[in-house]
Design a protein around this ligand. Structure first.
Ligand code: DGY
Length: 425
């Protein structure tokens, strides 16, 4: 059964492979997405190491001069997606979006390097990639944390990767929709509209894009100018973990300055994360930087924090929290608490399970010694795929497959999980 699933997963990856990059899925997402690529490289690495490195190299080749790595690279024209390059208008030879996404590439590079059969190739590739990834991390702390708090803010829900999370609802109310003009969504022609964000949310997404475009995508201006500025523990955890991984690998490869700077960023971040802990929720929570107040929302963002080297006691408390969520669903880990009134088991990041997030949470819990919960999350992930296939995300109660089908990073996670861990049945 495992072999069959792995073969199927490899087929998904090769069907979505465009040579030097992979699309998340045909139709719905016809370009290269940032964190999709980095996580998909983990899957490729198990059967084609050069191809895994190419995936990350292609992503980093489109880094901006200021260090930002965009969330979409529009390698070829495709009018089946909105908003396309004309809406972003970032004025680059190969068009890109103008915002970023969770910086998981640092983690991926270290993991692929550590396991590489071809160590010489891995070392050559990593030595070229690490300075670029480090520049991206520095960009985050410079442009998204101008006050030096140790925590970076997201300026657009799309940056979080958790586009329509309940976490953003209140803060998003402050984003106007006047003057946005009319547009036609394309996502709802590829996926069930009940699985996707609402039209109202799309108007606000586009308002922010237009605002940033009017500022010439100048990252020295965007943070202060944006009415949406949210600190997400999950996002910060990914950044901190990547800084830590870059520090470790750079140290081993003799890149001592990068190692020292990365270590310092990770340590500052981990200390600052403590301010996001909510005793009431028993997990981390987001912080609305524009309104200067915590966001009291029981989402997976505060559980994904386990991916960072948080204190052991916090990891144990997150395990308790996941135990509580398990009582309200059949498959861990729901992206929103099923007992909360806003929960919607089908709608993107307002309830469904995402395998990539499961993988990162399990990885962090495992590092913190929470072995049994880490195994349980991986076992639930596999059960979901066996039951419902390689969908983009799944309903945590019914296992209904949602969003796009034949999904690259879902397949990559299946390969990664089976090839790396003993998965309890
Ligand atoms: C989408 O189009 O749904 C993406 O998540 C935005 O990057």
């Amino acid at each position: 059964m495992n072999d069959e699933l792995i073969q199927h997963a490899r087929q998904v990856l090769s069907d979505n492979d465009r040579g030097t990059y992979t699309v998340p899925t045909h139709g719905l997402y016809p370009f290269q997405w940032n964190w999709d690529s980095a996580l998909s490289a983990l899957g490729f690495a198990h059967f084609d190491e050069p191809r895994a490195w190419t995936e990350i190299e292609t992503l980093m080749a489109h880094q901006w001069d200021d260090g930002m790595v965009p969330h979409i690279i529009f390698h070829q024209l495709d009018d089946g997606y909105f908003p396309g390059p004309g809406v972003w208008a970032t004025n680059r030879s190969v068009p890109t979006s103008g915002i970023t996404q969770p910086p998981v590439a640092g983690f991926a590079v270290r993991r692929i390097h550590d396991r590489a059969a071809d160590k010489a190739l891995a070392t050559r590739k990593a030595k070229k990639l690490l300075p670029k990834i480090h520049a991206w991390h520095q960009w985050f702390y410079r442009c998204r944390d101008p006050q030096g708090t140790g925590l970076v803010a997201l300026l657009h829900p799309w940056e979080s990767g958790r586009d329509n999370s309940v976490d953003w609802d209140d803060a998003f109310e402050r984003v106007p929709t006047e003057g946005v003009g009319s547009f036609t969504r394309r996502d709802t022609t590829h996926a069930n509209p009940a699985h996707r964000p609402t039209d109202e949310q799309y108007r606000r997404y586009i308002w922010l894009v237009q605002k940033f475009r009017s500022l010439g995508w100048d990252n020295t201006l965007l943070h202060d100018a944006s009415p949406f500025k949210v600190v997400d523990p999950g996002f910060n955890a990914i950044l901190i973990r990547s800084c830590e991984d870059v520090a470790d690998l750079a140290g081993r490869l003799g890149l001592t300055e990068i190692a020292a700077q990365s270590r310092a960023m990770a340590e500052k971040g981990i200390t600052a994360m403590e301010s996001l802990w909510s005793e009431t929720l028993g997990q981390y929570q987001c912080y609305d930087r524009a309104a200067s107040k915590p966001i009291d929302s029981p989402s997976i963002g505060g559980i994904l924090a386990a991916f960072a080297p948080i204190p052991k006691a916090r990891a144990a408390a997150l395990t308790d929290r996941i135990e509580a969520l398990a009582k309200a669903c059949n498959y861990l880990v729901p992206s929103h608490d099923p007992t909360a009134p806003e929960f919607d088991g089908l709608r993107y990041w307002r309830g469904p399970v995402w395998l990539i997030v499961n993988y990162m949470i399990a990885d962090g819990l495992q590092r913190a010694g929470q072995f049994s919960m880490a195994n349980r999350i991986r076992a639930d992930s596999v059960r979901l795929i066996e039951h419902s296939g390689f969908a983009e995300y799944h309903d945590p109660i019914t296992a209904e497959p949602c969003g796009g089908a034949h999904f690259t990073w879902t397949a990559a996670m299946v390969i990664e999980i089976f090839s790396t861990y003993e998965v309890a049945a």
